[in-house]
Design a protein around this ligand. Structure first.
Ligand code: GTP
Ligand code: SPV
Ligand code: MN
Length: 609
């Protein structure tokens, strides 16, 4: 370790200990330089994990195709091993930390043999921000190193902080090794699907992840640190670590407001954060697309930083018409995972806006033997060519719509908070909470039809409180109480809270709302509500816009459909209330009584209308 020239004694001894456990062939410090990035990318090309895309079409970009058994977060294999089961709460898998350590020690023992252990220091948050935090990931995956290098601030800023003996979150990751994995995938995408375990020890600010090389299972800075561990730190220190995008809206007069929004995985955060306004004179810019760390400052306002430095975004359905800013961001220097490959060496996915050229190879065909060389023609095969959770990994530096203040060390002041999910019925396009506590009630009951971002069934309705069900690192009842307490200081200027739903469907199963650029119309109404404009129509769910107040100029939608979007139907609310009650009960005895009072009030309101 002396060759690392790092004096942080905690880091030196931890790396030594983990090296003795995992037994890598060598240990390499990643300093975040372009030379190291290029060298590792070349290495991944040489072993077949990466395919270099056509440099004329997509300079310095790569396609990786994962083992089909390792394509998304594995929630059943994710654990919060706090000292007591009560502290993990009813929404998390829990095993006694001592027992889990001894189980995992067996898996990590020698797991890096024949591989390099990379030491990746990174900073979460803008350089110089008092709210930024340091993490170090030890990983045997060069793919992980390169992804982290695009989405986090690796190298210098973190090394400087470590030299100054900063505290850091320890993240250990190994792809592991499965006896049953096919030889070709074992070479290009090592993993151990049968024994995957993504494990958090919150009191120790420690993460151990074994057996998966994909996304949030392996890029431990993201969900593991910035949400699960950070939510525990935030509870202890009085701030919020949230699964939220952050954007700015500027009106035609040049006034700007910042809005944060929690939507479950693959429910529209990236698209909203980068949205191109459909309304003349209105402009949206991006601060972050997935995670917000928020604190109340001395002026009483809530400020947010984006702890990340890039995007790990959903590829399918990203097109020049749905998200041209994302398309412009990943024109170069990007890692694509589980997309299809065109014959001219570019990526393709369903919903990219044009047909797959003849000879396009689907995401599973990357690793093949001589008998399996078939290329797939668009339309000849039922299965999608691109995996539904295929992703692009790219740096915010290339994004054309970043807000001027996205790296402001103090963060940006939040005027409104949105909660949204995929609900084909019941939930209107937008609805305003009556108070902070009512907003917390709406957040605590947030629900969505499940998506491909997590392994398991897609399209099943589930409650996903604050879009944090898979990411809250402690007892969810305590988390609700923490949110309520954040709003109980009367000197604070609290953001307004809204529930939104871009996904309501008509009886034929078509989306009622065009979404994407037209979501600007909802942002405009919210922006102007924050300035005291308009009245709301009071319903059992909250305050709805009067249809004439929602800017519909140029909107191609019938007045019946608009009416449908801006209505809450009492007959739908009755089962909704039952489902909310079941959910709050299932979240255990630590759910604050206030939330049950909100539920009772809603039930009364519903009975009256
Ligand atoms: P994570 O990265 O998993 O946290 O997802 P996310 O919340 O950032 O979701 P993202 O913006 O990537 O969107 C996921 C999927 O929803 C994509 O296929 C989008 O095209 C689709 N989507 C996003 N916004 C809208 C919308 O307004 N309407 C409709 N119909 N689909 C949308
Ligand atoms: C999510 O699932 O919410 C993501 C992708 O943002 S992952 O990083 O894999 O968790
Ligand atoms: Mn996410």
């Amino acid at each position: 370790m002396a060759s690392f020239e790092i004096s942080n004694s905690g880091l030196v001894s931890w790396v030594d200990e983990m090296k003795r456990l995992c037994k890598p062939d060598s240990v390499v410090l990643y300093r975040g330089t372009k030379e190291e990035y290029d060298r590792l990318a070349d290495l991944l090309v040489s072993v077949g994990t990466f395919r270099r895309l056509n440099p004329q079409l997509r300079p310095n970009s790569f396609l990786a195709n994962s083992d089909p058994a390792d394509t998304a977060r594995v929630e059943e294999k994710t654990f919060i091993c706090s000292r007591t089961q009560d502290d993990a709460g009813p929404s998390n898998n829990w095993v006694d930390p001592g027992e889990m350590k001894s189980r995992l020690t067996k898996l990590f023992d020698g797991s890096m043999q024949g591989r390099t252990m990379y030491v990746v220091p990174y900073l979460m948050g803008p350089q110089g921000s008092p709210y930024a935090r340091v993490g170090v990931e030890l990983t045997d995956s060069a793919y992980v190193v390169l992804n982290m290098s695009l989405i986090a601030r690796t190298g210098r800023p973190a090394l400087d902080a470590l030299e100054a003996n900063a505290e850091f979150v320890r993240c250990l990751h190994s792809c592991g090794r499965s006896a049953t994995q096919s030889a070709c995938y074992a070479k290009t995408w090592p993993c151990d699907p049968e024994r995957m375990a993504i494990v958090h020890f919150p009191e120790e600010r420690l993460v151990w992840s074994y057996g998966s090389g994909y996304g949030g299972n392996a890029l431990l800075n993201k969900k593991c640190f910035a949400l699960r561990i950070a939510s525990c730190i935030a509870r202890d220190e009085g701030w919020l670590a949230e699964h939220m995008m952050i954007l700015s809206v500027t009106n035609p007069q040049g006034r700007k407001k910042y809005i944060a929004g929690a939507f479950p995985s693959a429910c529209g955060k990236t698209n909203l954060a980068m949205v191109k306004s459909s309304l003349p004179g209105w402009r949206v810019k991006t601060v972050g697309d997935d995670i917000a760390w928020m604190h109340f400052a001395s002026d009483g306002r809530l400020y947010a930083i984006n702890p990340e430095a890039g995007f790990f975004g959903v590829a399918p359905n990203t097109s020049s018409s749905s998200n041209s800013n994302a398309m412009a961001t990943f024109t170069r220097d990007t890692i694509f995972t589980n997309c299809a490959l065109t014959p001219d060496g570019d990526v393709w996915w369903e919903g990219i806006g044009y047909d797959a050229p003849a000879g396009t190879i689907d995401w599973t065909k990357q690793c093949r033997d001589s008998s399996e060389t078939s290329s797939v023609l668009s339309g000849c095969k039922k299965d999608p060519l691109c995996h539904p959770n295929a992703r692009f990994t790219t740096s915010a530096a290339h994004c054309p719509c970043m807000d001027e203040d996205w790296e402001n060390p103090n963060g940006v002041p939040i005027s409104a908070i949105l909660f949204g999910g995929r609900r084909s019925s019941t939930i209107p396009l937008v609805c305003e909470a009556r108070s902070w506590t009512h907003g917390v009630f709406l957040g605590a009951n947030l629900s969505s039809e499940t998506t491909a971002a997590a392994a398991g069934q897609v399209g099943r309705l589930r409650r996903d409180p604050f879009a944090m069900l898979p990411f809250c690192g402690y007892n969810i009842g305590d988390y609700f109480a923490h949110w309520i307490s954040m709003g109980s200081n009367l000197t604070r200027k609290l953001p307004k809270i809204y529930q939104v739903n871009w996904f309501k469907k008509d009886s034929d199963g078509h989306y009622l709302w065009p979404g994407y650029a037209d979501n600007m119309r909802v942002l405009k109404w919210i922006f102007e509500r924050c300035e005291g404009k308009y009245e709301v129509r009071s319903t059992a769910l909250g305050g709805l816009p009067y249809p004439e107040d929602l800017d519909a100029v140029g909107l191609k939608i019938s007045s019946t459909d608009l009416q449908n979007l801006l209505t809450v139907n009492a007959s739908e609310l009755v089962p909704e209330i039952d489902s909310m009650r079941n959910h709050l009960n299932a979240m255990g005895p630590r759910v604050p009584a206030t939330l049950f009072r909100e539920l009772a009030a809603m039930e009364e309101n519903c009975a009256r209308t």
